[in-house]
Design a protein around this ligand. Sequence first.
Ligand code: AMP
Length: 259
Amino acid sequence: MLVIRNIEEFLNFKKSWQGQSVGFVPTMGALHAGHAELLKKARSENQISVLSIFVNPTQFNDKKDFEKYPITFEADLQVARQWGVDVVFAPVYQQLYPDHYHFKMMEDEFSKKLCGQDRPGHFEGVLSVVMKLFQIVSPSRAYFGEKDFQQLTLIRRMVQAYFLPIEIVAVPTVRERDGLAMSSRNTRLSSTERQRAPRVYQIISQAPSARAAREQLQNEGFQVDYVEDLNVDDDLPQNKRRFAAVRLGEVRLIDNVQI
Ligand code: AMP
């Protein structure tokens, strides 16, 4: 497994791939079984797999959240090796943002809903960094988790809008045995918070309406940012999902289910 931090080096190295298909899994590290599923799919569908690790500061609207984001780089390299990753790309901010983030990718409709309401600038940061990574890696396919369904949808639409020759592949949410959606942020939950966290998935899956789910979450002491039923896939009118974001102590949890 090759670990490349320098962008110039990555651009030179990719010339040797000539015509081979490249599966790309962008992450912020602190790798878990959810990331492993993305990688598994990327490996099975492509000749070369690239996993990026970059904790992208421009997508954190909350400075404290950025500072507390778990960083486990050495352990990540070990698991990436076990998973059979061909190349880990881990750029540094100064190289990835030569423009000091004066150029931004933005979408002004769906990105303003759901998480966009509570996290101003979040999706500009996400779309900007993903666009940069796509330009550098030039993948054939890129893999994103349904756990971040709004992000996945926005990236799909960006790829369409800019005619990028990249197939976006969605991977279903990987959950703990008790239903909690796996997330790097789960490691920041206290043990009592960790015990309560699976209620988010249980409640949004079972409640008869978004409103009922919101009330139940509030009754159980969660601070609810939103619970909303939305149809995000224009091509499939029956494809309605229920989206939720709650805060448990200092940790913000998001989840969504098909309804
Ligand atoms: P992150 O490192 O949290 O930015 O996530 C990197 C990628 O992994 C994104 O496409 C996420 O949607 C995806 N991902 C994170 N957690 C999960 C999960 N529990 N199941 C499936 N995909 C996930």
